[in-house]
Ligand binder design. Structure first.
Ligand SMILES: N[C@@H](CCC(=O)N[C@@H](CS)C(=O)NCC(=O)O)C(=O)O
Length: 249
């Protein structure tokens, strides 16, 4: 049995949802509401000690980290491969899958500051202390405390965007052959980077104009029916406990 613990509008959940759907691998959806801090419940922390989504549970065994989860899915479910066989192409696929994870903290800082602060700053002091105490990872605890307080400074947010832009600039150059990250082969690098690029576009709608190849790659990605389907599940209007998404649904 395959269970995916995930949340609606989170980049890393989208990566794994899209990956499973691209491969046509059915799974049972276990929905975690981040804004209710369900990711910090003792039960969930047993599955994912970092207290983040997503977590894939395969026959009772939890697999964590979206980058590692996608590699695992390719290892275990051979149908419709999204990892190229050629070692050079595979190295490029791994690089961009990994860089999506590597740049994620900068994207998360920008997102928390812009989208989550409104909610966090309404919490009373006792709740902030209680939630912070339950967050295992120090950098995540700090991010929560900052956004429940005065937020990040303008300089810190600009530093986050400088890091994002550095990665997007490299991605733009690497897309030169196109149409996908590994040429004609659509891979998990495209899945991983799309979640990041889609979030950048959501936060700063004009931003991708600086990266024309990334902008057209994003548009091409959204032409894929599977992307439209998976990304439609990304708002707070998402039902609290959505039905499992499967390729046949
Ligand atoms: N890609 C990493 C990062 C996961 C991550 O940061 N997930 C975010 C959503 S995209 C999360 O659960 N945030 C909750 C929190 O930091 O409290 C992983 O899969 O472990």
């Amino acid at each position: 049995m395959l269970e995916l613990y995930h949340s609606g509008n989170t980049t890393c959940s989208k990566q794994v949802r899209q990956h499973l759907n691209e491969k046509g691998v059915p799974y049972t959806s276990r929905y975690i509401e981040l804004w209710r801090h369900e990711n910090l419940s003792p039960e969930y922390l047993k599955l994912n000690p970092v207290g983040v989504v997503p977590t894939l549970v395969h026959d009772g065994v939890p697999i964590i980290n979206s980058f590692c989860i996608m590699e695992y899915i390719e290892d275990v479910f051979p149908q419709r491969p999204l990892r190229p066989a050629d070692p050079i192409a595979r190295a490029k696929q791994r690089l961009w899958s990994w860089l999506a994870d590597d740049v994620h903290p900068s994207v998360a800082n920008a997102t928390y500051n812009q989208q989550m602060r409104a909610r966090h700053s309404k919490l009373d002091r006792a709740s902030v202390e209680d939630i912070a105490r339950r967050i295992p990872a120090p950098e995540r605890r700090e991010r929560f405390q900052r956004t429940a307080g005065d937020g990040f400074s303008a300089a810190e947010i600009e530093a986050a965007w400088a890091r994002i832009d550095y990665v997007l600039g490299r991605f733009d150059a690497s897309l030169a052959p196109g149409p996908w990250t590994c040429g004609e082969f659509y891979s998990i690098a495209d899945v991983a980077m799309l979640a990041i690029v889609a979030r950048v576009h959501e936060l700063r709608p004009d931003h991708l104009a600086r990266f024309p190849r990334v902008a057209s790659w994003r548009a091409r990605s959204f032409d894929r029916p599977m992307v439209q389907k998976v990304y439609a599940l990304d708002t707070e209007e998402t039902p609290r406990r959505p039905q499992a998404v499967s390729a046949s649904a």
